[in-house]
Design a protein. Structure first.
Length: 463
């Protein structure tokens, strides 16, 4: 039974917190109860002591001024008050014999302990054959006699008992109410956590559409739920993208592998050695294509994960752009496309020269590929404050509005580009490399008229 209760406490945070708050409440209430009880008992005791002291001082003055006989008369006069107040007044002579005794009727005249304690001013004693306890004090008179006045502690104990009963009658309902309120508050406070647990339990490997209910967006748990939902959305996007990428890679690998298999089968079925050589050359070409695709995928993955190794050094992007444009000028001339370059002075920055050439090459290759014969492709390089801006513009077929948000995704190809050779990795690689250089890339395209890719790179790369 105890082990089951312990297991429940470990599994249920609300119950655990409720019991902890209850224990803390009991501890604080106990400390408060003990403190107040002590102060009240002390106050009642001091009140009784003040009453006894007032009579002793008054009778001492009377004995000094009027003598012992006058004192006896006054004590007898006050006897009804003492009897109503459960007080005992005793006048003792020098031989320690009772000379005068006033007390309520029915009280035993003998104290169980009648020895005077010199070192203790206040004493307690019990009447013989009785449960009546007295708090008393004894003083010496000028005549040599002693005066002892005491009061029953029963009234004080009754008052304290009534107070304790009243406190318990108030505290027990308050404790139960506080326990219920604490349990409700803990359940309400931890409800977002339960929602989070339910959402995680409802997730499936192929179904990531479950989201946590955000009950209070301004609270800490509400913000946690929003962050968790954002994380789920990112994970869902990554998994869907991964599945699409794997499908696309499988599709793109299937074609060159099929070509290689067909070439080899065709070559093996013919006795000519020249046909076998051609088949091997086709296989080498297809293998190079596969290797290029896999290398691009690895570069993209490294860049997106932030582990792409960059060989940074100061470079003149204008010189690099000139070399790249000259490399693609022959391809442009074959399609009768006019290729221009316009650069401003002082276009130097800190970057990886090979990666920047990849960016320029991929943008030029796309522009030339999708520009019809007789078209124009222009490269513009300029400096604006602390940035180098590269623009590659063409007057080709443009990009459909529905495809523009997806052109930088890996293995994505628009419908009008499927007739051209390519793997759908070029622009994704460009975006990844630009991001790795802490830059940005933007697309502005009018379908059927033109496309312009704008790359903004910081001059100084910050580690």
């Amino acid at each position: 039974m105890f082990s089951k209760l312990t297991d429940l406490l470990h599994r249920n945070t609300a119950v655990d917190l409720t019991l902890r708050f209850a224990l803390l409440f009991l501890l604080c209430a106990s400390v408060l109860f003990i403190t107040v009880d002590y102060l009240l008992s002390r106050s009642q005791l001091e009140k009784d002591q003040q009453l006894i002291n007032s009579f002793l001082e008054s009778y001492q003055r009377l004995e000094v001024q009027a003598g012992i006989h006058k004192l006896e008369l006054v004590i007898e006069r006050d006897a009804p008050y003492f009897q109503r107040s459960a007080m005992r007044v005793e006048l003792i002579d020098r031989e320690r014999q009772t000379q005068l005794l006033v007390q309520p009727a029915g009280w035993n005249q003998i104290l169980e302990s009648d020895q005077r304690q010199e070192n203790d001013e206040w004493q307690q004693a019990q009447l013989a054959d009785s449960k009546i306890q007295l708090l008393f004090k004894e003083v010496d008179l000028q005549s040599g006699n002693s005066l002892r006045i005491g009061q029953s502690v029963a009234a004080r104990k009754i008052q304290i008992g009534q107070y304790r009963s009243l406190v318990l009658q108030v505290m027990v309902p308050l404790f139960i109410l506080g326990l219920m309120l604490t349990a409700w508050m803990n359940w309400h406070a931890l409800r977002p956590v339960y929602d989070l647990i339910e959402t995680v339990q409802s997730l499936r490997a192929r179904d990531l559409k479950a989201r946590v209910t955000v009950r209070n967006p301004r609270s800490e748990l509400g913000k946690l739920a929003q962050l968790f939902n954002n994380m789920l959305a990112q994970i869902e996007g990554l998994i869907n993208g991964m599945q699409q990428s794997l499908d696309s890679v499988a599709h793109d690998l299937r074609t060159p592998l099929a070509r290689m298999r067909l070439s080899l089968e065709s070559a093996l079925s013919q006795p000519e050695q020249s046909r076998l050589k051609e088949a091997l050359m086709d296989c080498a070409e297809e293998s190079e294509r596969i290797e290029s695709m896999l290398k691009s995928l690895m570069d993209i993955s490294e860049a997106e994960s932030g582990i792409l190794k960059l060989h940074l050094k100061p470079i003149d992007l204008g010189v690099l752009a000139h070399k790249t444009v000259e490399l693609y000028r022959y391809v442009a001339e074959e399609k009768k496309i006019h290729l221009t370059l316009k650069t401003e002075a002082h276009c130097s920055l800190t970057a990886d020269s090979m990666r920047m050439q990849q960016v320029l090459g991929n943008l030029l290759d796309n522009a030339i590929k999708y520009t019809p014969p007789g078209g124009l492709v222009s490269v513009c390089l300029k400096r604006r404050k602390d940035q180098i801006i590269l623009e590659v513009q063409d007057n080709g077929i443009g990009i459909a509005l529905a495809d523009q948000p997806h052109v930088f995704k890996r293995l994505y190809r628009a419908d009008q580009s499927r007739n051209e050779p390519g793997m759908g990795l070029g622009l994704c690689l460009v975006n990844a490399v630009v991001s790795a250089h802490q830059g940005s890339i933007y697309l502005n395209s009018i379908p059927g008229q033109e496309s312009c890719f704008r790359v903004e790179l910081p001059i100084g790369y910050e580690q």
